[in-house]
Design a protein around this ligand. Structure first.
Ligand SMILES: NC(=O)c1ccc[n+]([C@@H]2O[C@H](COP(=O)([O-])OP(=O)(O)OC[C@H]3O[C@@H](n4cnc5c(N)ncnc54)[C@H](OP(=O)(O)O)[C@@H]3O)[C@@H](O)[C@H]2O)c1
Length: 227
C-alpha cells in the first residue's frame, strides 16, 4: 500500500484529500490539531510547520502541502509583516517540507507533490496583493522544481477559487455572501473541498504521469470567462 503525506489534512481541502485516500493508502497527516477522522490507515503527527521540526518519515509516495492564508486588506493596510506572514505559510512552509522530504520521496517508484495556489495569482482583485504575491511564489516554485526534479518526481499545483472550508468561512458567513460569491462566478457555483480532493487524487496518481510543473485552475469560470 502506498503512503501519502498530507500537511494540513485536519481541515478543509486537506481533510477531504485525506478522506479520498484513506481506503486505498496509508495516510500521514501533519497539522497542529488532530483530524476528527480516525481510521486504521491514518496516522497523525502534530507539528506547527512554522515553528517545529518536521517529523521523520521513512516511506512516502506523495506529498501534499495545504497550509495557506486568505488575508484580504487594502494595500495601505497590508503591513510588511502581513506580506512576510503570508509568504512564510504559503511558500517557506512548503519549501521546508520539500527540503525535509525530497530524499524520501526520491526512493518511491512514481513520486508526486501537490501544492496550492489561488485564482488570485492570475486574476487581479482588490485587497489580494499579499496573497497574490505569495501564491505567485508558489507557482514559480512549481514551475522551477518541475524542471529540476524531472524525470523522477512530479510536482503540480491546484489554483482553486473560493472553496467551502474553515479558511474561507469569513467569505461565506451568510446567505447574501454565499449568493454574491456564486453570482460572481460565470458557472454560478463555488468549490466544495471534495471536488478539489478529486482533482488532487488524479494529479497524484500515475494516470497523471504526463503532467508536471502545471498550475490547474479550478475556477468556475471566474478567471477563464468574461460573460
Ligand atoms: N478555501 C479557499 O477558498 C481557498 C481558495 C484559494 C486557495 N486556497 C488554498 O488552498 C489551500 C487549502 O486551503 P483550505 O481552505 O483547506 O485551508 P484551511 O481550511 O485553513 O486548512 C488548512 C490546513 O492546514 C493546516 N495548517 C495551517 N497552518 C498550519 C501550520 N502552521 N502548521 C501545520 N499545519 C497547518 C490546518 O490544520 P491546523 O489548524 O490543525 O494546524 C488545516 O488542516 C491553502 O493553501 C489555501 O491558500 C483556498
Amino acid at each position: 500500500m502506498k503512503t501519502i503525506v498530507v500537511i494540513g489534512g485536519s481541515k478543509g481541502i486537506g481533510k477531504a484529500i485525506v478522506k479520498t485516500f484513506l481506503g486505498t493508502h496509508k495516510v500521514i497527516n501533519i497539522s497542529r490539531s488532530s483530524p476528527e477522522e480516525s481510521h486504521s490507515n491514518l496516522t497523525h503527527m502534530g507539528c506547527d510547520i512554522l515553528k517545529d521540526e518536521l517529523p521523520e518519515i521513512n516511506i512516502m509516495d506523495a506529498l501534499v502541502y495545504c497550509p495557506g492564508s486568505i488575508n484580504l486588506k487594502p494595500f495601505t493596510r497590508l503591513s510588511l509583516e502581513d506580506f512576510r506572514e503570508d509568504y512564510e505559510i504559503n511558500v517557506i512552509g512548503a519549501v521546508k517540507a520539500l527540503h525535509k522530504y525530497l530524499d524520501v520521496l526520491k526512493k518511491a517508484d512514481h513520486p508526486s507533490i501537490l501544492i496550492f495556489s489561488t485564482v488570485a495569482s492570475k486574476l487581479g482583485m482588490p485587497y489580494h496583493a499579499s496573497i497574490a504575491a505569495s501564491k505567485s511564489g508558489v507557482e514559480g516554485l512549481v514551475k522551477s522544481l518541475g524542471a529540476e526534479l524531472a524525470p523522477k518526481i512530479r510536482i503540480n499545483a491546484i489554483a482553486p477559487t473560493v472553496t467551502d472550508t474553515p479558511l474561507a468561512s469569513k467569505l461565506l458567513r451568510n446567505e447574501k455572501m454565499v449568493e454574491n460569491i456564486k453570482e460572481r462566478h460565470p458557472l454560478k457555483k463555488y468549490l466544495s473541498p471534495k471536488e478539489v480532493a478529486e482533482m488532487a487524487e488524479f494529479l497524484l496518481s500515475e494516470r497523471a504521469s504526463s503532467i508536471s510543473g502545471q498550475i490547474f485552475a479550478m475556477d468556475y469560470g471566474i478567471v477563464t470567462f468574461k460573460i
